[in-house]
Design a protein around this ligand. Structure first.
Ligand code: NDP
Length: 366
């Protein structure tokens, strides 16, 4: 075990983790970020690593983003950047909103680019980054102990947990094949993208999230029919949300229906094979996309109950408008403690809050 006691260790490398690191580094807390290695938990750069264009992160309107990204991000990491979704990708594939006549690099920031920018900003202020997971913790004393996937034990006066959550998927191989090509787990993030625009779409799930996603899609300008695929003859969603779906003219609820296979032309989804849970009959449902809204799983297993969590495993914030957990000196930020907003920008906001909370906690200790 290293004898060094860090002021702040940040676990997780999504928007919450990097925003916490930027603030902590600028406050001279000399933070270390454990950015994660292993799927499905602690994916480096978090859920945005699986997202294409991000059109709703304030401050990033579409533009010549790549030139900016390449000027800001260390050249050694340029190989991590995704291909530019420019016009050459759009021919017949509907990948880009821009016509061939328009300037090629004009596109919304992509998830990985946004995260590489945040990481760079944290590095610029001296954040140290370790490419390992935290696999277990001991929060039993004022000095917190964290065990890494590399076999080390590190110690800190404050810990910021920003390990996020992961969307649950159906687990079909065809679903995996079409991720980001017509399969998504976030309508608010992706629903307005060109590949989904004005097409019939399916939302899978019967909870509040599914209704929310279906309603969001159904209210988009030019929306076609939104099929809500519910596996039982009733929904888990709250009554008010159910009524919203049932009464929406663009939402068509398909009861007792599950997805058997996602089909497409290799580039984009064009059909679902769906099965009746009543008589096992199979039929086609032609759609241009499928949004899976069957819940999320917070990445909290490694904590083994060391902080107070709700029944779904999300960390509970112990004080209103603060990021404190049930353990003094341990703070939580982003989706790991938020099953409600779940947006990159709200995660970044709570990451900032956690760093400020940690800074004030340390100031009081001294
Ligand atoms: P939930 O766990 O509430 O619902 C998951 C839904 O997905 C259920 O209908 C479930 O069906 C269905 N499902 C699960 N697995 C499968 C599968 N393999 N195939 C098909 N369907 C499946 O998750 P949510 O994300 O909807 O909500 C999480 C929490 O967030 C809830 O507490 C919710 O109230 C809250 N929330 C509130 C909102 C609001 O108030 N505006 C908005 C969004 C979320 P079954 O019922 O048969 O198990």
């Amino acid at each position: 075990m290293s004898n060094e006691i860090e002021k702040t260790i940040i676990i997780g490398s999504g928007p919450a983790g990097w925003s916490a690191a930027i603030y902590a580094a600028r406050a001279n807390l000399n933070p270390v970020v454990y950015e994660g290695t292993v799927k499905p938990e602690m994916i480096p750069l978090g859920q945005l690593a699986f997202t294409t264009e991000v059109e709703n992160y304030a401050g990033f309107p579409a533009g010549n983003i790549r030139a900016f990204v390449e000027s800001a991000v260390d050249k050694k990491r340029h190989h991590n950047l995704p291909p530019i979704p420019g016009p050459e990708h759009s021919k017949g594939k509907g990948k880009s909103r821009f016509s061939l006549e328009e300037i090629e690099p004009h596109y919304a920031v992509q998830g990985i680019e946004l995260m590489e920018l945040m990481k760079q900003q944290a590095l610029n202020f001296g954040t140290r980054v370790v490419g390992e997971d935290i696999v277990s913790v001991d929060f039993g004393s004022d000095i917190k102990k964290l065990n890494t996937s590399g076999g080390a034990t590190v110690q800190a006066k404050t810990v910021i947990i920003a390990t996020g959550a992961r969307a649950n998927y159906l687990g079909l191989p065809s679903e995996e094949e079409y991720k980001n090509k017509g399969v998504s787990a976030c309508a608010v993030c992706d629903g307005a993208l060109p590949i989904y625009r004005s097409k019939p779409l399916a939302v899978v799930g019967g909870g509040d999230s599914a209704v929310e996603e279906a309603t969001y899609l159904a209210n988009l300008k030019g929306a076609d029919t939104i099929y809500l695929l519910v596996r039982r003859d009733e929904m888990r969603a709250s009554k008010v949300m159910q009524d919203r779906a049932i009464n929406h003219p663009n939402i068509d609820i398909q009861w007792n229906t599950v997805v058997e296979e996602v089909q497409g032309d290799g580039n984009v989804v064009n059909n679902l094979k769906v099965k009746s849970t009543v008589d096992d009959s199979i039929r086609d449902l032609p759609v241009g996309g499928m949004f899976v809204a069957i819940g999320h799983t917070p990445n909290t297993a490694f904590l083994d109950g060391a902080v107070d969590m709700n029944e779904s495993g999300y960390i509970r914030w112990a004080k209103a408008f603060r990021t404190n957990t049930s353990v003094s000196g341990v703070f939580a930020a982003g989706d790991v403690a938020d099953d409600y907003y779940r947006q990159a920008i709200t995660s970044a906001g709570t990451g900032c809050m956690a760093a400020l909370d940690a800074e004030r906690f340390l100031a009081e200790l001294e």
